[in-house]
Design a protein around this ligand. Structure first.
Ligand SMILES: Nc1nc2c(c(=O)[nH]1)N[C@H]1C(S)=C(S)[C@@H](COP(=O)(O)OP(=O)(O)OC[C@H]3O[C@@H](n4cnc5c(N)ncnc54)[C@H](O)[C@@H]3O)O[C@H]1N2
Ligand code: MOO
Length: 413
């Protein structure tokens, strides 16, 4: 029997429900950290520039500082001195003369333009120019880029390689950030063994907990790893209790579908207000979201690709919101021409794994990375994007246009 797609929740509906339910939990608890330790943290307050950038008028080119009135056609101007970056000109600058100046050097009072040395002819008497500069040409004015008192970064911004050097250039050495989000995780399933442990018949390695842990670390979370919990009521209850008392969010994988040996679902129903959804996405149909006592809860499907993709599409934005980010943006989507046929059953939104590239003719193309089962991690590992195939769409022939979503820093970084 085919499940009618109308009974499934769309990804957008699920995400909107989750984001509406939660508020940031880290913003009231902030700390001041040195810039060198701030990468990946989230700004807790608006950051205002204590200085002007540039801090003084300075030359944008190597050449000569001039006053415009001195530039009569053919004029020969003696060179009255020179200014270097870090070594300003401090002498007298008589009318009717030019000053040698290098890029970054403070322009002396009265300078109205800098003429590039490529347009200067120099001899022992002085310098002649072959161009007539406009007022202000090649002078970078004080505060051109940033004025003292301007907001340079708002609260709620992820601080990374673009943001932190900006703060450093303003002489700022530390920054107030939100505390890290505390995220607990565990796996359930009697077949699971830790990474590297020998396997008996029917056993597999617990790859989901490892993958989730990696992604949480990438997202700057404090990870509370509770390990593999046996399908046993007492052990599960204790794991939920621990997570609820120590974490803002608990993530588990497995046991959210319809299996018989899963205590997880029963226990969750007893402990919190949890929604067990069937999502109209593939992979990633079974997904649970809700609240335990005080911690939020996300239950990912057990299949490894399903767990990774539901984490990416649903948990990643949830963590951004809980963690105080106001700059989170849904990864952008693009249109690309499929080079290979893609199998697709109508009914769910597919996140197939592919590789996109700009071909020699300047057209964006994408090809599948191979089998797309929700246990097939190998086709994920060599992908650089999702091929997002609409819910109602069927098979895609080679040459058709499709939507792609390039992986963001969580998978690429
Ligand atoms: N009769 C039905 N069966 C299934 C349905 C369904 O609708 N009706 N849905 C299928 C889909 S889709 C998925 S996805 C899975 C998800 O089920 P669970 O979340 O309950 O996960 P489990 O049954 O515990 O495990 C599924 C699969 O994943 C492996 N697994 C589990 N945890 C891990 C881990 N930490 N690391 C690596 N692999 C893990 C587990 O061994 C199973 O192979 O259900 C389908 N079934
Ligand atoms: O959601 Mo399941 O993820 O289709 O394998």
């Amino acid at each position: 029997m085919v499940t009618p797609s109308s009974s499934l929740l769309t990804l957008e509906q699920a995400l909107a429900t989750m984001l509406d339910a939660v508020a940031p939990v880290t913003v009231a608890d902030t700390e001041n950290v040195p810039l060198t330790e701030a990468c990946g943290r989230i700004s807790a307050e608006s950051i205002v520039s204590p200085v002007n950038v540039p801090p003084f008028d300075n030359a944008a080119m190597d050449g000569y500082a001039v006053r415009l009135a001195d530039l009569t056609p053919g004029a020969l101007l003696p060179v009255a001195g020179r200014a270097l970056a870090g070594v300003p000109f401090t002498g007298q600058w008589p009318a009717g003369s030019a000053l040698r100046i290098m890029t970054g050097a403070p322009t002396p009072a009265g300078a109205e333009a800098v003429i590039m040395q490529e347009y200067a002819q120099v001899d022992e008497q002085g310098v002649r120019f072959s161009v007539a500069p406009a007022a202000g040409e090649h002078i970078r004015r004080v505060g051109d880029d940033i004025r003292q008192g301007d907001e340079v970064l708002p609260a709620g911004r992820l601080l990374q390689v673009a943001e932190l050097p900006l703060l450093a250039s303003l002489g700022i050495a530390s920054v107030r950030v939100c505390r890290r989000l505390r995220v607990a995780l565990f796996s359930t399933g009697d077949e699971l063994r830790p990474i590297g442990a020998p396997l008996a018949a029917g056993e597999i390695h617990d790859t989901n907990r490892f993958a989730i842990r990696l992604m949480l670390t990438q997202l700057g979370c404090e990870v509370i790893d509770l390990g593999i919990i046996a399908d046993d009521a007492a052990a599960l209850r204790e794991a939920f209790r621990q997570a609820d008392s120590r974490a803002d969010l608990l993530i588990t994988s497995g046991g959210v579908s319809v299996g018989e040996a899963d205590y997880t679902k029963t226990m969750l129903e007893e402990l919190g207000q949890i929604h067990f959804w069937k999502l109209a996405m593939k992979p990633g149909k079974p997904f649970a979201f809700g609240r335990l006592g005080q911690a939020w809860f996300c239950g990912l499907p057990g299949n490894p690709v399903s767990a990774a993709i539901t984490f990416y599409q649903l948990v990643q934005p949830l963590i951004a919101r809980l963690g105080g980010r106001r700059d989170w943006r849904t990864p952008p989507r693009l249109r690309a021409r499929a080079l290979t046929p893609l199998g697709k059953t109508p009914g769910r939104l597919d996140f197939q794994r592919g590789r996109y590239r700009l071909d020699d003719a300047g057209e964006l193309t994408v090809e599948t990375t191979g089998p797309q089962g929700s246990h097939v991690f190998s086709s994920f590992a060599c992908a650089n994007c999702f091929i997002v195939l609409e819910q109602a769409r069927g098979d895609v022939a080679a040459g058709e246009w499709v939507t792609i979503e390039p992986f963001n820093a969580l998978l690429q970084g």
